[in-house]
Design a protein around this ligand. Structure first.
Ligand code: GAP
Length: 563
């Protein structure tokens, strides 16, 4: 199971301190989010897992952390100043602005009017000025991608790390885009984090026998990046690789494959990462002395400002005609470009589960069945009223409509028939559109919430590498000093190796639920037996199975299982 709707994730993130709306006490600022105590751990773990996979686990990669502010010329020669824009239309009726390429049948997505202006280009880069004087000469941009920081450092990295092709450079960092249609929680925001790789390789004409060409390396990266998401828990059934169509492709890109994840709700399959074969476009764009025929081929303007040519000296190359050794050329590049904040959202959506932990007895369900019966009778009456009002043209604007009521009724009927397993479906039915206006559903909600509190749990089945907290330690009795001391000591000993917390603010059952909800893979309970035989119970988040483990073995046991 994954999250049934984005609203569940938004609510969990706020309730448990993963993600908060930015500057909320002043009414917020659109689509800008702050990562709370658990969110920062989760996002950092996503970025760490990426870095480990693409830098440490390979022998052909280096890391980089370039500055956000760069010389404006970077964005002029990269093409962003001229072309990094969205076509926009203004609606003359409701005064909203939309992306021209997102219109359905030429209509305003807000009010449905066709009275729209012609599309105009809107640059997505945030502008600022550097230094005390605000003038055109001092303009700088908050970078809209981290990639350019890698391109302009190509020679620095290659020479200082003494790298031969093929090799890559990885970078994680903030990027900013003045998006016109941000939304869907953290899916599209104006400030976000990227995890980008530029993998430099030989152009086909310089390959030695047995070396992989750019197309093969592109394929390898697509596989590697797809598998990374799967290894960290995304269900392959909710992932797809989608090759960009000819119309979507940038003119310099040989091919781009997007990895898409099936997000809940209206987003559906949407991009997590794009893996592009950009050939020699980027390094040529930032180089002086590029031959005219290459400028024409790549549709580039001559670079009159760069102080260098970002080329590579290949001492292995031997000219097939003359046998002359060595060649200088601009490398090709494969670019796997992912969003760290977007991947974090995907991992949250995938990990979200609601489960029935144990079954309520038949007699405990009687009040619920009665409340459902009363609510359905009330809904039936409301359907008749809504239909009559609609026939007379007196339908109330605030609803609920007859269709909404029928959908609630059908969902309730199905959920009631499937009790007790379908307890959570009763809750879902009470959250359908229009349900907040059915008075008698209040009682259903009340009874269901009480049963859900007792018999169900929300559990984030995050991969252990990603879980914000790896282990929580509880004392069975918080007024027994020997147990408390032992529990606090266990937490302290584990902390240098893995993120551990101590908690004694509720009964054990409630403490387990709280940790399940934030994805903590293991809970340790210290009890009276622990005082006698120096063992504790370790409870597994997913199976809820408990086993006794010697305190002396805890670190080895947990690190073994957390891999
Ligand atoms: N250097 C290439 C590049 O930036 P992109 O497709 O524009 O390519 C790469 O961005 C990734 O960055 C996307 O696949 C997505 O995961 C993330 N991303 C882009 N715009 C974003 C936004 N407004 N909010 C969150 N993530 C975004």
């Amino acid at each position: 199971m994954a999250a049934p709707g984005m609203e569940k994730i938004v609510s969990l993130c706020k309730r448990r301190g993963f993600i908060f709306a930015n500057s909320e006490i002043y009414g917020g600022i659109g689509s800008t989010w702050d990562y709370g105590p658990l969110g920062v751990e989760l996002k950092n773990n996503v970025m760490r897992a990426w870095w480990r996979s693409v830098v440490y686990d390979r022998d052909d990669m280096e890391g980089l952390d370039a500055a956000i502010l760069m010389n404006r010329l970077v964005w002029r020669y990269s093409g962003h100043e001229a072309t990094f824009s969205d076509p926009l239309v203004d609606c003359r009726e409701c005064k909203t602005r939309s992306r021209a390429d997102h219109l359905k049948e030429g209509k305003c997505p807000n009010c449905g009017s066709s009275n729209l202006t012609e599309p105009r280009s809107f640059n997505l880069m945030f502008k600022t000025t550097v230094g005390p004087v605000e003038s055109d000469e001092n303009i700088a941009y908050l970078r809209p991608e981290t990639a350019q920081g890698i391109f302009v450092n190509f020679a620095n990295v290659q020479q200082t790390a003494r790298r031969k092709l093929p090799f890559g450079v990885a970078q994680i960092g903030k990027a900013f885009r003045n998006e016109i249609t941000p939304g869907n929680f953290t899916f599209r925001t104006r400030e976000f984090e990227q995890m980008e790789i530029e993998y430099f390789c030989k152009p086909p004409q310089y390959l030695q026998p047995g070396e992989k060409n750019d197309e093969e390396l592109h394929e390898e990266w697509i596989e590697q990046r797809f598998n990374w998401y799967v290894q960290l828990g995304l269900d392959p059934a909710r992932l797809q690789k989608r090759a960009q169509t000819r119309e979507e492709l940038a003119h310099y890109a040989k091919a781009t494959v997007d990895i898409e994840y099936l997000f809940p709700g209206s987003l559906g399959f949407s991009e997590l990462e794009g893996i592009a074969n950009r050939q020699d476009y980027d390094l040529s764009a930032h180089s002086r002395d590029i031959p005219e025929e290459d400028l024409i081929r790549l549709k580039l303007n001559k670079n009159t400002d760069s102080t260098t040519k970002l080329e590579y000296f290949d001492d292995q190359y031997a000219d097939p005609a003359t046998g002359k050794k060595g060649a200088r050329y601009i490398p090709y590049v494969i670019e796997p470009s992912a969003g760290a904040t977007r991947a974090t959202l995907a991992f949250l959506c995938e990990a979200y589960n609601e489960e029935l932990v144990s079954e309520p007895k038949a007699e405990e369900l009687v009040p619920l069945r009665e409340a459902v019966a009363a609510a359905r009778k009330n809904i039936d009456k409301k359907i008749n009223e809504a239909e009559k009002a609609a026939q007379k043209g007196e339908a109330k604007a605030e609803g609920p409509t007859a269709d909404q009521l029928r959908a609630i009724d059908t969902a309730l009927e199905k959920a009631e028939a499937g009790l007790p397993q379908s307890l959570l479906e009763v809750e879902d039915a009470c959250n359908l559109p229009g349900a907040d206006r059915v008075e008698l559903l209040k009682k259903v909600r009340q009874v269901t919430t009480k049963l859900c509190d007792e018999y169900t749990r929300v559990v984030l089945k995050l991969h252990p590498q990603l879980a914000p907290i790896k282990v929580a330690v509880f004392p069975l009795k918080k007024n027994e000093p020997r147990i408390v001391e032992l529990a606090k000591g266990i937490k302290k000993n584990l902390q240098p190796v893995l993120r551990a917390v101590y908690d004694d603010t509720a009964g054990i059952g409630k403490l387990y639920r709280r940790q399940d909800e934030i994805g903590t893979p293991f809970c340790i309970t210290v009890d009276f037996q622990s005082l006698e035989d120096q063992t504790v119970t370790v409870r597994d988040r997913d199976s809820m199975r408990q086993e006794r483990v010697a305190i002396a073995q805890l670190e080895a046991y947990l690190t073994g299982r957390l891999r």
